[in-house]
Design a binder for this molecule. Structure first.
Ligand code: SIN
Length: 283
């Protein structure tokens, strides 16, 4: 008997977990069950929570080591530098498909979003299941991709972005013009197909925001392969979509998903607080 009820929200990925108050300290067995639900459903939601930054952090720490090396394009709370704040009105719109911080040699295990202020309508987030995207490829294509690695860079995809975005200037996810601060990791190389460290399943691990190019092939070949994969990865059958309400908490497994926050709420505000969990070196 689990401490919560699981209600899937789509056939591909995503589930709501009901019955927990995340302000309360959770038993280790419940944390294990949440971790298992995350591995099974890839993105999980806890509706109607009420968390301050300390409670958000305490819940995050129960799930893993909290990430502190936020890149310079992500604003954080002044008194809680572990907590990223994205306000839609201030340009904090993650309206590009991405997997968080793959420019780091150890990209995050996952992120924990608290919906501080939801617009009356719009501002949904979509996630793509990158296991399903991998599984749907032909065997020869899987073998070919299995030999490749890709460079992920803070300056972005250098021409490989074939998925349109709504506003080139507003998002903190735009390629960085200024030099990043000292000590900030800005580039990494990862396998194009990674194996999830817990489930042992394989998934695609490239994304249109940070993957700069595939190594050891020409720029034209790299753009063609990535362009094909990006179109393939966002098929509706691989995707779930969350209609947010204020107080929702969402956690995604960053090792096998990518996501896109839809910037369709005009002048309304949408404010999220996000913590991020330290991950491992993709293999
Ligand atoms: C993010 O990409 O971390 C933000 C997702 C969202 O705003 O829904």
């Amino acid at each position: 008997m689990t401490a919560f009820e699981i209600r899937p929200i789509a056939g591909s990925l995503g589930a709501e977990l009901h019955g927990l108050d995340l302000r309360e300290p959770l038993a280790p067995a419940t944390i294990d069950e949440i971790d298992r639900a995350l591995c099974d459903h890839l993105v999980i939601f806890f509706p109607e929570q009420e968390l301050d930054a300390d409670q958000h952090l305490a819940f995050s720490r129960a799930l893993g080591e909290v990430f502190t090396e936020h890149p310079p394009y992500l604003p954080t709370l002044e008194d809680h530098p572990e907590v990223v704040v994205l306000s839609g009105r201030a340009g904090g719109r993650a309206d590009l498909w991405h997997t968080d911080i793959t420019i780091n040699p150890r990209p995050p295990k996952g992120s924990i979003l608290y919906m501080k202020q939801a617009p009356a309508f719009g501002g949904d987030t979509m996630w793509a299941n990158l296991y399903l995207a991998y599984d749907a490829l032909s065997e020869p294509m899987k073998r070919y991709l299995g030999e490749l690695t890709a460079v992920h860079d803070i300056r972005g995809s250098g021409g490989a972005v074939l998925v349109e975005r709504s506003d080139e200037t507003a998002s903190p996810y735009s390629p960085l013009e200024e030099k990043p601060g000292p000590g900030v990791l800005t580039s990494a190389e990862h396998p194009v197909v990674r194996t999830h460290p817990v489930t042992g399943k394989q998934c695609l691990f490239v994304n249109p925001t940070f993957t700069s190019h595939i190594r050891h092939v020409s720029r034209a070949e790299s753009n063609a392969i990535l362009g094909y994969l990006y179109a393939h990865m966002v098929q509706p059958e691989f995707i779930c979509r969350r209609r947010w309400s204020q107080g929702d908490v969402g956690i995604w497994d960053n090792r096998c998903t990518m996501h896109y926050a839809i910037a369709d709420y005009g002048d309304a505000d949408r404010v999220i607080h996000r913590t991020t969990l330290v991950g491992d070196v993709p293999a």
